[in-house]
Design a protein around this ligand. Structure first.
Ligand code: 13P
Length: 284
């Protein structure tokens, strides 16, 4: 295999109602470690890059790193561009070989979002790539006011967006946010069921870090086939680095530090893969 279309990974998960982890990575170590976790558990996985990360590393270098790591694992893997409002970055990533993109025009009107998303989907298809769409946008957890689940578009607006654009996966706001929740989030899980019933496409669950195992299994059973985990990867990486340096004062041995961080990221990734039910779901 091992690099496949994102849609191929998600459609299988959606049909069998398990979740595939989509891990946000931010350097070569986290990219390699999340792939290693998937390989160990024989799970399909999606690796996501942010616009900031792509610009920081450079698209050619990042894709070369991806190819080097992804082609040595045997499980199905896909590279996704997370929240991207910039059309040029989307075009460059699609041309380079990213398997999917999230066109984030949530700051534009739904009509303009839709108009541009139709173009993005047409562009992606030319490269055999897939598209995630959103029309509501996500807050950071620290910006939450408690009424997020009510500040959403109507079901009709979602259905119209999905049908008109042809996106492969849709990311709705259901009271979720990016970051670390201060208190357990109140999630509108019924909205996931309604969207899945009305559109027939898988849902992407954003803001995964900090949701409970019960919330994950409920939402995955309702059709959240793509489950985004970013902050938990960052915490594992930063905390293990801090703990290592604290436990080894005066030792300046980067490989030892990086190996502790790699082990922590692998553990975090394995925890989520198991939780989402995708362990052993790799296919030949
Ligand atoms: P968390 O940082 O809350 O895990 O959210 C990840 C995400 O949704 C990335 O788009």
């Amino acid at each position: 295999m091992p690099i496949v279309r994102t849609k191929q990974i998600l459609d299988r998960a959606f049909a069998a109602r398990y979740g595939v982890a989509a891990f946000n990575v931010f350097n070569d170590l986290t990219m390699e470690a999340t792939l290693a976790a998937a390989e160990e558990l024989k799970a399909p996985v999606i690796v996501q890059t942010s616009v900031k990360h792509v610009k920081m590393t450079g698209i050619d270098a990042m894709y070369a790193i991806w190819l080097a790591y992804a082609t040595r694992v045997s499980v199905p893997v896909a590279l996704h561009l997370d929240h991207c409002p910039e059309r040029e970055v989307i075009s460059s990533c699609l041309a380079k070989g990213w398997n999917s993109v999230l066109f984030d025009a949530s700051k534009l009107s739904v009509e303009e979002n839709k108009r541009q998303c139709i173009e993005v989907v047409a562009e992606a298809r030319r490269y055999g790539a897939d598209v995630e769409g959103e029309i509501e946008g996500f807050k950071r957890t620290e910006e939450m006011t408690g009424d997020e689940a009510e500040q959403v578009q109507s079901l009709d607006a979602v259905v119209d967006f999905v049908r008109s654009t042809g996106v492969d996966v849709f990311a709705p706001a259901i009271g979720n946010a990016h970051g670390t929740y201060k208190t357990a989030p109140h999630l509108d899980s019924q909205r996931v069921s309604d969207i899945v019933a009305a559109t027939g496409i898988p849902v992407a669950l954003h803001g995964g870090t900090g949701m409970s195992p019960e919330q994950f299994s409920d939402l995955i059973a309702r059709g959240c086939a793509k489950v985004n985990i970013s902050t938990a990867v960052k915490i594992a990486y930063m905390k293990s680095g801090f703990d290592y340096m604290t436990a080894h004062p005066g030792e300046y041995d980067p490989p030892a530090l990086l190996s502790a961080q790699r082990a922590a990221v692998i553990e975090t990734a394995k925890y989520h893969i198991r939780l989402f039910g995708s362990e052993g779901k790799a296919w030949a």
